[in-house]
Design a protein around this ligand. Sequence first.
Ligand code: ATP
Length: 492
Amino acid sequence: MKLSLHTATTAYRFLSSKATCWSQASAKSKVKLTTPKKPRVKLTDQQNQILEAISNGNSVFITGSAGTGKTYLLQDIITKLRKIHGKSRVFVTASTGVAACSLNGQTLHSFAGIGLGDASAVDLLSRVTLDKRAYRRWNKVRALVIDEISMISGEVFDNLEFIARSIRSDEVGCEDKSWGGIQLVVSGDFFQLPPVINKKGQNKEFAFEAECWNASFDMQIELKTIFRQSDAQLIKLLQGIRKGKYDSEDLQLLDQCCSEVEPDASAVQLYPRIEDVSRVNADRLDRLDEVLYHYQALDSGKDPWKKQLKNGIAPELLKLCVGARVLLTKNIDVIGGLVNGATGTILDFAVVQDTHKLYDHEISDICINGNLLPVVKFDSGQELMIGLEKWYVMDGDEAVAMRKQIPLMLAWALSIHKCQGMTLNNLHTDLYRVFGFGMVYVALSRVKSLDGLHLVNFNPSKIKAHPKVLQFYQRLSDEKDELKEDAVSDEI
Ligand SMILES: Nc1ncnc2c1ncn2[C@@H]1O[C@H](COP(=O)(O)OP(=O)(O)OP(=O)(O)O)[C@@H](O)[C@H]1O
């Protein structure tokens, strides 16, 4: 059945009386349509220990399994660093556009001004020196945050350290210091997606193989508490897969998750390749045969920054219809479970009841069909009208480009690369075309519980961890044990 604009609106008014989030939001303000409060959860002792080390000026590498709260903690770290160094001297970056956008940062390559980064250290330094803005950033930066480090190669990491040290050698107190005295906060899990290496024969594949790696940090710490999953059996299974290991009990569990039955509509299908993702989403949208609502992102800023918005998670053109499966791409309410990755179904499209008319023109600029916003019934049961959100590309504390869009994307299918960092309730994955290390782990570790995991074409030989990564984590844990022993012998 095709809904006309009028019936859609009328239907929503009826539904909105039951939609608590929307009623609360609308009672307080007619402008903020999504739940306005973003309450923070309490940090663990280990997370607090890291925050304290950073407050004391230390450079830290934060690692840990998927779902241990690395990215979550980074948000508190960024706030702290800005208080210490001043907003304009803290630069937030990540290896990918999606990860950078979720922290309102920029990609590491664009911060550094190194283009694709595939030249020698000396050539990259001359390139940066000629790029006024990049040169200024390297001079200005006091603290540099890098998320999803697993996708940065050792060669790039060493080159960046060389650039930092060379440019900052004139600064008082920074001469000869690693990274020219910049406080570095790096986060990621090397068991997840590795760097894409174009050059043959590059021997420093992972960032931890960089010559400067150890000298870059005062502290390297592995977060231990896993928040995404609570089921001990699933945690054991994922911990094994992370390290490329499995036993007969694990295989039996995975076997129970296998089925050839078409996934139910609430499951997010994960594919290694983008072609499969686009095909499945377009096909499912088509099959619904409903009126399509088009949301065209509103971008501001100048190139090359503006171009970077295209690499983020918010699509340029979002096509939605009643019945479409969608996924939230921003944290709206962490405690209430409306987080990046929460899935739901579009119930309706409704007119914003904004008596002050503050919001109207923005919505009609974005929504090609008029002043209408989607109403989503999340799988958790909450019904919410989803308002516009903003994604920034930052140059220090300066927003140099901004995208306004609805924080939703079609969610029948997603690529494994795009889902890195997400938490999903119900996932269905076809691992037939999986390539490379870490992909099976990234895909499976998104899920919260075993009953939400459905597999097809599962082949245990695809579970593999890179031997160098295994060695790195072994060294990290040996060093931690040695430190403990030293502390005990000191006490004696
Ligand atoms: N101290 C905490 N208490 C409760 N929940 C937390 C805490 N820290 C993080 N979380 C929650 O844990 C979930 C996973 O966090 P996050 O996405 O930051 O993990 P991650 O380690 O970055 O995962 P990945 O490696 O998969 O990207 C999020 O839903 C986050 O809100």
